[in-house]
Design a protein around this ligand. Structure first.
Ligand SMILES: C[S@@+](CC[C@H](N)C(=O)[O-])C[C@H]1O[C@@H](n2cnc3c(N)ncnc32)[C@H](O)[C@@H]1O
Length: 414
Protein backbone atom coordinates (compact mmCIF):
# COMPACT_ATOMS: atom_id res chain seq x y z
CA UNK A 1 0.00 0.00 0.00
CA UNK A 2 2.72 2.45 1.04
CA UNK A 3 4.84 1.79 -1.98
CA UNK A 4 2.08 3.09 -4.34
CA UNK A 5 1.47 6.23 -2.28
CA UNK A 6 5.23 6.78 -2.05
CA UNK A 7 5.85 6.36 -5.75
CA UNK A 8 3.16 8.89 -6.70
CA UNK A 9 4.46 11.34 -4.07
CA UNK A 10 8.01 11.04 -5.41
CA UNK A 11 6.70 11.69 -8.94
CA UNK A 12 4.71 14.72 -7.77
CA UNK A 13 7.58 16.30 -5.89
CA UNK A 14 9.99 15.69 -8.75
CA UNK A 15 7.64 17.40 -11.21
CA UNK A 16 7.19 20.58 -9.15
CA UNK A 17 8.57 23.47 -11.13
CA UNK A 18 7.62 26.45 -9.03
CA UNK A 19 8.96 26.21 -5.54
CA UNK A 20 6.07 26.32 -3.16
CA UNK A 21 6.19 24.30 -0.01
CA UNK A 22 3.11 24.01 2.18
CA UNK A 23 5.33 24.35 5.26
CA UNK A 24 7.10 27.52 4.12
CA UNK A 25 7.02 30.28 6.74
CA UNK A 26 6.25 27.90 9.60
CA UNK A 27 9.00 25.29 9.27
CA UNK A 28 12.45 26.18 10.53
CA UNK A 29 14.06 24.42 7.53
CA UNK A 30 14.14 26.90 4.62
CA UNK A 31 14.09 30.62 5.31
CA UNK A 32 14.47 31.85 1.74
CA UNK A 33 12.69 29.34 -0.48
CA UNK A 34 10.73 32.27 -1.95
CA UNK A 35 13.88 34.22 -2.89
CA UNK A 36 15.32 33.59 -6.39
CA UNK A 37 18.56 31.61 -6.10
CA UNK A 38 20.61 34.36 -7.79
CA UNK A 39 19.45 36.82 -5.16
CA UNK A 40 20.24 34.35 -2.36
CA UNK A 41 23.77 34.12 -3.74
CA UNK A 42 24.32 37.85 -4.02
CA UNK A 43 23.03 38.44 -0.47
CA UNK A 44 25.45 35.83 0.88
CA UNK A 45 28.36 37.16 -1.17
CA UNK A 46 27.73 40.68 0.09
CA UNK A 47 27.61 39.43 3.68
CA UNK A 48 30.99 37.71 3.32
CA UNK A 49 32.46 40.82 1.63
CA UNK A 50 31.41 42.90 4.63
CA UNK A 51 32.85 40.38 7.09
CA UNK A 52 36.28 40.11 5.44
CA UNK A 53 36.42 43.73 4.15
CA UNK A 54 38.31 45.10 7.21
CA UNK A 55 41.09 42.54 6.62
CA UNK A 56 41.71 43.81 3.08
CA UNK A 57 41.86 40.52 1.18
CA UNK A 58 44.15 40.63 -1.85
CA UNK A 59 41.58 38.70 -3.90
CA UNK A 60 37.90 38.19 -3.26
CA UNK A 61 36.43 35.58 -5.58
CA UNK A 62 32.73 35.58 -6.54
CA UNK A 63 30.59 33.12 -4.60
CA UNK A 64 30.37 29.58 -6.02
CA UNK A 65 26.82 28.23 -6.22
CA UNK A 66 25.73 24.84 -4.95
CA UNK A 67 25.63 22.40 -7.92
CA UNK A 68 22.24 21.20 -6.67
CA UNK A 69 19.78 23.76 -5.41
CA UNK A 70 17.02 21.35 -4.34
CA UNK A 71 17.20 17.99 -2.58
CA UNK A 72 20.87 18.63 -1.92
CA UNK A 73 21.16 17.41 1.68
CA UNK A 74 22.59 13.97 2.44
CA UNK A 75 21.52 14.09 6.09
CA UNK A 76 18.53 15.41 7.99
CA UNK A 77 17.46 15.11 11.60
CA UNK A 78 13.72 14.93 12.17
CA UNK A 79 12.01 15.21 15.56
CA UNK A 80 8.94 13.39 16.84
CA UNK A 81 6.19 15.37 18.55
CA UNK A 82 2.46 15.83 18.90
CA UNK A 83 -0.19 15.64 21.61
CA UNK A 84 -0.21 12.76 24.12
CA UNK A 85 -3.05 10.77 22.56
CA UNK A 86 -3.11 12.52 19.23
CA UNK A 87 -1.52 11.81 15.89
CA UNK A 88 2.24 11.26 15.71
CA UNK A 89 4.05 14.25 14.23
CA UNK A 90 7.42 13.74 12.59
CA UNK A 91 9.34 16.52 10.93
CA UNK A 92 11.34 19.68 11.53
CA UNK A 93 10.95 22.11 14.39
CA UNK A 94 8.74 25.12 13.92
CA UNK A 95 10.54 28.40 13.39
CA UNK A 96 11.57 29.78 16.78
CA UNK A 97 9.48 27.17 18.66
CA UNK A 98 11.73 24.42 19.89
CA UNK A 99 8.93 22.20 21.17
CA UNK A 100 6.58 22.36 18.16
CA UNK A 101 7.07 19.95 15.28
CA UNK A 102 6.00 20.62 11.69
CA UNK A 103 4.60 17.36 10.34
CA UNK A 104 6.70 17.36 7.15
CA UNK A 105 4.81 16.08 4.11
CA UNK A 106 7.07 17.65 1.50
CA UNK A 107 10.59 19.07 1.59
CA UNK A 108 13.04 20.60 -0.87
CA UNK A 109 16.12 19.86 1.20
CA UNK A 110 16.40 16.08 1.08
CA UNK A 111 15.12 13.64 -1.52
CA UNK A 112 11.42 12.89 -2.11
CA UNK A 113 12.15 9.33 -0.91
CA UNK A 114 12.88 10.81 2.51
CA UNK A 115 9.34 12.13 2.77
CA UNK A 116 8.03 8.62 2.07
CA UNK A 117 10.13 7.22 4.89
CA UNK A 118 8.69 9.86 7.23
CA UNK A 119 5.14 8.80 6.23
CA UNK A 120 5.91 5.16 6.83
CA UNK A 121 7.53 5.72 10.23
CA UNK A 122 4.67 7.98 11.39
CA UNK A 123 2.12 5.37 10.39
CA UNK A 124 4.11 2.59 12.11
CA UNK A 125 4.40 4.61 15.35
CA UNK A 126 0.65 5.18 15.44
CA UNK A 127 -0.10 1.53 14.75
CA UNK A 128 2.26 0.44 17.53
CA UNK A 129 0.85 3.17 19.84
CA UNK A 130 4.34 4.39 20.69
CA UNK A 131 4.38 7.67 22.61
CA UNK A 132 6.41 10.54 21.24
CA UNK A 133 8.89 12.30 23.50
CA UNK A 134 7.99 15.60 25.10
CA UNK A 135 10.85 17.96 25.67
CA UNK A 136 9.29 19.86 28.57
CA UNK A 137 7.92 16.86 30.49
CA UNK A 138 10.85 14.59 29.51
CA UNK A 139 8.42 11.74 28.99
CA UNK A 140 7.69 9.54 26.00
CA UNK A 141 9.70 7.21 23.78
CA UNK A 142 10.24 8.30 20.16
CA UNK A 143 12.72 11.19 19.97
CA UNK A 144 14.38 11.60 16.53
CA UNK A 145 14.67 9.98 13.14
CA UNK A 146 17.95 10.74 11.36
CA UNK A 147 18.16 9.95 7.66
CA UNK A 148 21.35 9.87 5.62
CA UNK A 149 21.70 9.15 1.94
CA UNK A 150 24.76 8.97 -0.27
CA UNK A 151 24.02 11.36 -3.14
CA UNK A 152 26.68 9.71 -5.29
CA UNK A 153 26.05 6.12 -4.17
CA UNK A 154 22.31 5.97 -3.49
CA UNK A 155 22.97 4.24 -0.16
CA UNK A 156 20.56 5.08 2.64
CA UNK A 157 20.68 4.95 6.47
CA UNK A 158 17.75 5.17 8.89
CA UNK A 159 18.69 5.94 12.49
CA UNK A 160 15.94 5.91 15.10
CA UNK A 161 16.68 7.57 18.43
CA UNK A 162 14.43 6.86 21.38
CA UNK A 163 14.35 7.26 25.14
CA UNK A 164 14.77 4.14 27.29
CA UNK A 165 12.22 1.42 26.47
CA UNK A 166 11.40 -1.54 24.19
CA UNK A 167 11.38 -1.11 20.44
CA UNK A 168 9.24 -3.45 18.31
CA UNK A 169 12.23 -4.02 16.05
CA UNK A 170 10.70 -6.47 13.59
CA UNK A 171 7.65 -4.32 12.88
CA UNK A 172 9.89 -1.25 12.44
CA UNK A 173 11.94 -3.06 9.79
CA UNK A 174 8.79 -4.39 8.12
CA UNK A 175 7.34 -0.88 7.98
CA UNK A 176 10.50 0.47 6.33
CA UNK A 177 10.43 -2.41 3.82
CA UNK A 178 6.80 -1.63 2.98
CA UNK A 179 7.81 1.75 1.52
CA UNK A 180 9.99 0.03 -1.09
CA UNK A 181 12.43 2.90 -0.64
CA UNK A 182 15.79 1.10 -0.55
CA UNK A 183 17.40 1.33 2.88
CA UNK A 184 20.87 -0.19 3.33
CA UNK A 185 21.25 0.08 7.06
CA UNK A 186 19.02 0.72 10.07
CA UNK A 187 20.20 1.67 13.56
CA UNK A 188 18.50 2.22 16.87
CA UNK A 189 20.04 4.36 19.61
CA UNK A 190 18.83 5.26 23.07
CA UNK A 191 19.27 8.82 24.24
CA UNK A 192 18.41 8.97 27.91
CA UNK A 193 19.72 12.49 28.64
CA UNK A 194 17.72 15.70 28.70
CA UNK A 195 19.62 17.46 25.91
CA UNK A 196 17.79 18.10 22.66
CA UNK A 197 20.39 16.54 20.36
CA UNK A 198 19.76 13.80 17.82
CA UNK A 199 22.53 11.56 19.13
CA UNK A 200 22.25 8.31 20.95
CA UNK A 201 24.33 6.56 23.57
CA UNK A 202 23.89 2.82 23.22
CA UNK A 203 23.43 1.91 19.55
CA UNK A 204 22.21 -1.34 18.00
CA UNK A 205 22.45 -2.15 14.32
CA UNK A 206 19.09 -3.58 13.18
CA UNK A 207 19.98 -4.04 9.53
CA UNK A 208 23.07 -3.84 7.31
CA UNK A 209 26.56 -2.70 8.24
CA UNK A 210 25.70 0.31 10.40
CA UNK A 211 27.50 2.61 7.95
CA UNK A 212 26.89 3.89 4.43
CA UNK A 213 29.28 4.80 1.70
CA UNK A 214 29.43 8.18 -0.03
CA UNK A 215 31.70 9.29 -2.84
CA UNK A 216 33.40 12.61 -3.40
CA UNK A 217 34.73 12.54 -6.93
CA UNK A 218 36.50 9.21 -7.16
CA UNK A 219 37.06 8.94 -3.40
CA UNK A 220 34.91 6.66 -1.32
CA UNK A 221 34.04 7.46 2.31
CA UNK A 222 32.49 5.38 5.03
CA UNK A 223 30.02 7.37 7.14
CA UNK A 224 28.67 6.26 10.51
CA UNK A 225 25.49 7.32 12.26
CA UNK A 226 27.17 10.09 14.23
CA UNK A 227 30.24 10.93 12.16
CA UNK A 228 30.61 14.37 10.66
CA UNK A 229 30.29 14.62 6.90
CA UNK A 230 29.42 17.78 4.96
CA UNK A 231 25.65 17.64 4.41
CA UNK A 232 25.79 18.82 0.79
CA UNK A 233 27.83 16.20 -1.09
CA UNK A 234 28.05 18.03 -4.41
CA UNK A 235 28.76 21.30 -2.58
CA UNK A 236 31.52 19.55 -0.60
CA UNK A 237 33.20 18.55 -3.88
CA UNK A 238 33.27 22.24 -4.86
CA UNK A 239 34.50 23.38 -1.43
CA UNK A 240 37.24 20.75 -1.16
CA UNK A 241 38.49 21.58 -4.64
CA UNK A 242 38.89 25.21 -3.51
CA UNK A 243 40.80 24.06 -0.39
CA UNK A 244 42.99 21.81 -2.50
CA UNK A 245 43.75 24.65 -4.97
CA UNK A 246 44.53 27.06 -2.11
CA UNK A 247 46.82 24.44 -0.51
CA UNK A 248 48.83 24.14 -3.74
CA UNK A 249 51.06 21.35 -5.03
CA UNK A 250 53.73 19.26 -3.35
CA UNK A 251 52.89 19.71 0.30
CA UNK A 252 55.21 17.94 2.74
CA UNK A 253 52.79 17.75 5.67
CA UNK A 254 49.12 18.70 5.60
CA UNK A 255 47.65 19.22 9.07
CA UNK A 256 43.89 18.95 9.01
CA UNK A 257 42.45 20.48 12.21
CA UNK A 258 38.85 19.47 13.09
CA UNK A 259 39.06 16.77 10.40
CA UNK A 260 35.76 14.88 10.93
CA UNK A 261 35.93 11.63 8.94
CA UNK A 262 39.08 12.89 7.19
CA UNK A 263 37.43 14.22 4.04
CA UNK A 264 39.46 17.40 3.41
CA UNK A 265 42.86 15.82 4.03
CA UNK A 266 42.06 12.73 1.99
CA UNK A 267 40.74 14.89 -0.87
CA UNK A 268 44.10 16.71 -0.92
CA UNK A 269 46.15 13.52 -0.27
CA UNK A 270 47.46 13.05 -3.85
CA UNK A 271 49.46 16.27 -3.39
CA UNK A 272 50.62 15.50 0.12
CA UNK A 273 53.57 13.46 1.44
CA UNK A 274 52.23 13.15 4.99
CA UNK A 275 48.75 13.80 6.37
CA UNK A 276 47.90 14.55 10.01
CA UNK A 277 44.35 15.03 11.23
CA UNK A 278 42.86 15.85 14.62
CA UNK A 279 39.25 15.34 15.65
CA UNK A 280 37.49 15.08 19.01
CA UNK A 281 34.73 12.69 17.98
CA UNK A 282 36.05 9.14 18.35
CA UNK A 283 33.71 7.54 15.79
CA UNK A 284 34.69 10.11 13.14
CA UNK A 285 38.37 9.37 13.82
CA UNK A 286 37.76 5.64 13.36
CA UNK A 287 36.10 6.39 10.04
CA UNK A 288 38.92 8.76 9.04
CA UNK A 289 41.42 5.92 9.57
CA UNK A 290 39.22 3.50 7.66
CA UNK A 291 38.72 6.04 4.86
CA UNK A 292 42.48 6.57 4.56
CA UNK A 293 42.94 2.79 4.18
CA UNK A 294 40.22 2.64 1.52
CA UNK A 295 41.95 5.39 -0.43
CA UNK A 296 45.28 3.64 -0.06
CA UNK A 297 46.65 6.68 1.80
CA UNK A 298 49.22 5.02 4.04
CA UNK A 299 51.06 8.12 5.24
CA UNK A 300 48.13 9.42 7.33
CA UNK A 301 47.78 9.69 11.12
CA UNK A 302 44.60 10.80 12.82
CA UNK A 303 44.59 11.97 16.44
CA UNK A 304 41.55 11.25 18.53
CA UNK A 305 41.97 14.41 20.58
CA UNK A 306 40.72 17.87 21.45
CA UNK A 307 42.32 20.27 18.95
CA UNK A 308 43.13 22.66 21.80
CA UNK A 309 45.36 20.03 23.45
CA UNK A 310 46.77 18.86 20.11
CA UNK A 311 47.88 22.45 19.36
CA UNK A 312 50.35 22.20 22.29
CA UNK A 313 51.49 18.62 21.68
CA UNK A 314 55.09 17.61 20.79
CA UNK A 315 53.77 15.49 17.85
CA UNK A 316 52.37 18.62 16.26
CA UNK A 317 55.13 21.05 17.19
CA UNK A 318 57.80 18.76 15.71
CA UNK A 319 56.41 19.32 12.18
CA UNK A 320 54.34 22.49 12.49
CA UNK A 321 56.91 25.06 11.33
CA UNK A 322 58.83 22.78 8.96
CA UNK A 323 59.09 24.11 5.41
CA UNK A 324 56.33 22.58 3.29
CA UNK A 325 53.78 22.29 6.11
CA UNK A 326 50.31 23.58 5.28
CA UNK A 327 47.36 23.51 7.64
CA UNK A 328 43.61 23.47 7.05
CA UNK A 329 41.37 24.57 9.92
CA UNK A 330 37.66 23.80 9.62
CA UNK A 331 36.35 24.49 13.12
CA UNK A 332 32.79 24.08 14.41
CA UNK A 333 30.55 27.16 14.59
CA UNK A 334 32.25 28.87 17.59
CA UNK A 335 35.52 29.12 15.61
CA UNK A 336 39.12 28.47 16.64
CA UNK A 337 39.93 27.51 20.22
CA UNK A 338 42.31 29.61 22.34
CA UNK A 339 45.35 27.28 22.08
CA UNK A 340 44.85 26.94 18.31
CA UNK A 341 44.88 30.72 17.95
CA UNK A 342 47.97 30.92 20.16
CA UNK A 343 49.70 28.28 18.05
CA UNK A 344 49.10 30.33 14.91
CA UNK A 345 50.38 33.51 16.57
CA UNK A 346 53.33 32.19 18.55
CA UNK A 347 54.51 29.76 15.89
CA UNK A 348 53.48 31.34 12.58
CA UNK A 349 53.41 29.17 9.46
CA UNK A 350 53.86 30.26 5.88
CA UNK A 351 50.37 29.42 4.76
CA UNK A 352 47.12 27.96 6.07
CA UNK A 353 43.51 27.73 5.05
CA UNK A 354 40.52 28.64 7.19
CA UNK A 355 37.24 26.95 6.24
CA UNK A 356 34.40 28.64 8.09
CA UNK A 357 30.70 27.91 8.39
CA UNK A 358 30.14 30.94 10.58
CA UNK A 359 31.19 34.36 9.23
CA UNK A 360 30.83 35.96 12.68
CA UNK A 361 33.36 33.55 14.26
CA UNK A 362 35.58 33.96 11.17
CA UNK A 363 35.63 37.72 11.64
CA UNK A 364 36.58 37.39 15.34
CA UNK A 365 39.37 34.92 14.55
CA UNK A 366 40.70 37.10 11.71
CA UNK A 367 40.70 40.16 13.97
CA UNK A 368 42.90 38.22 16.36
CA UNK A 369 45.23 36.78 13.75
CA UNK A 370 45.35 39.58 11.19
CA UNK A 371 48.52 41.27 12.40
CA UNK A 372 50.48 38.08 11.78
CA UNK A 373 48.76 36.87 8.61
CA UNK A 374 47.61 38.50 5.42
CA UNK A 375 44.30 37.51 3.91
CA UNK A 376 45.43 36.37 0.48
CA UNK A 377 42.23 34.98 -1.02
CA UNK A 378 38.60 34.60 -0.04
CA UNK A 379 36.18 32.21 -1.73
CA UNK A 380 32.58 31.99 -0.48
CA UNK A 381 30.83 28.73 -1.40
CA UNK A 382 27.08 28.22 -1.08
CA UNK A 383 26.57 24.85 0.57
CA UNK A 384 23.11 25.60 1.94
CA UNK A 385 20.62 26.95 -0.64
CA UNK A 386 17.34 28.35 0.77
CA UNK A 387 18.96 28.95 4.16
CA UNK A 388 20.98 31.95 5.44
CA UNK A 389 24.14 29.83 5.90
CA UNK A 390 27.29 30.19 3.82
CA UNK A 391 30.70 28.51 3.82
CA UNK A 392 33.87 30.62 3.40
CA UNK A 393 37.31 29.46 2.41
CA UNK A 394 40.17 31.84 3.27
CA UNK A 395 43.83 31.51 2.31
CA UNK A 396 46.14 33.14 4.86
CA UNK A 397 49.82 33.85 4.45
CA UNK A 398 52.43 34.82 7.01
CA UNK A 399 52.85 38.59 6.94
CA UNK A 400 56.55 38.53 7.82
CA UNK A 401 58.75 38.66 10.89
CA UNK A 402 58.10 42.34 11.74
CA UNK A 403 54.36 41.84 11.64
CA UNK A 404 54.60 38.65 13.63
CA UNK A 405 56.40 40.47 16.44
CA UNK A 406 53.61 43.08 16.51
CA UNK A 407 51.13 40.25 16.75
CA UNK A 408 53.03 38.59 19.55
CA UNK A 409 53.27 41.65 21.72
CA UNK A 410 49.75 42.87 21.17
CA UNK A 411 47.63 39.78 20.67
CA UNK A 412 48.54 37.16 23.17
CA UNK A 413 45.66 37.47 25.54
CA UNK A 414 42.77 35.76 23.69
C1 LIG B 1 32.83 21.85 10.52
S1 LIG B 1 33.24 20.20 10.98
C2 LIG B 1 34.56 19.90 9.87
C3 LIG B 1 34.74 18.46 9.45
C4 LIG B 1 35.65 18.14 8.30
N1 LIG B 1 36.68 19.12 8.09
C5 LIG B 1 34.87 17.90 7.02
O1 LIG B 1 34.88 18.75 6.13
O2 LIG B 1 34.23 16.86 6.89
C6 LIG B 1 33.98 20.46 12.53
C7 LIG B 1 34.53 19.21 13.17
O3 LIG B 1 35.19 19.61 14.38
C8 LIG B 1 35.00 18.60 15.33
N2 LIG B 1 35.29 19.21 16.64
C9 LIG B 1 34.47 19.95 17.41
N3 LIG B 1 35.10 20.37 18.52
C10 LIG B 1 36.36 19.88 18.45
C11 LIG B 1 37.51 19.97 19.29
N4 LIG B 1 37.46 20.65 20.43
N5 LIG B 1 38.64 19.36 18.92
C12 LIG B 1 38.70 18.66 17.74
N6 LIG B 1 37.65 18.53 16.91
C13 LIG B 1 36.50 19.14 17.25
C14 LIG B 1 33.58 18.14 15.12
O4 LIG B 1 33.35 16.85 15.66
C15 LIG B 1 33.49 18.17 13.58
O5 LIG B 1 33.84 16.94 13.03
Amino acid sequence: MFSDVCQSKIKNLNSKIIKTCSHFGVCGGCASLDVPYKTQLSVKEQWVREVVGPFQPRTFLPILPSPDIDYYRNKMEFAFGGPKHGPVLLGLREKKKFNHVVNVSECFLMSPETVCLLDVVRHWAEKERLPTYHLRAHKGFLRYLVLREGKNTGQRMVHLITAEGMLPEASFLEALDSSQVPVDTVLWSRHTGLSDVAQGGQTKILKGAGVIEEKLGSLSFQIGAASFFQTNTKGAEVLYQVVSDFAGHSIDTLIDFYCGAGAIGLFCAPRVKKLMGVEIHAESVRHARENAKRQGVMQAVFFDQDADAFAKSPELLSVWQSPGTVSVMDPPRPGLQPAVRQLLIRHPIEKWIYVSCNPKALSQDLAFLAPVYEVEMVQPVDMFPHTPHVEVCVLLKYAGAGQARTGQSGYLTG
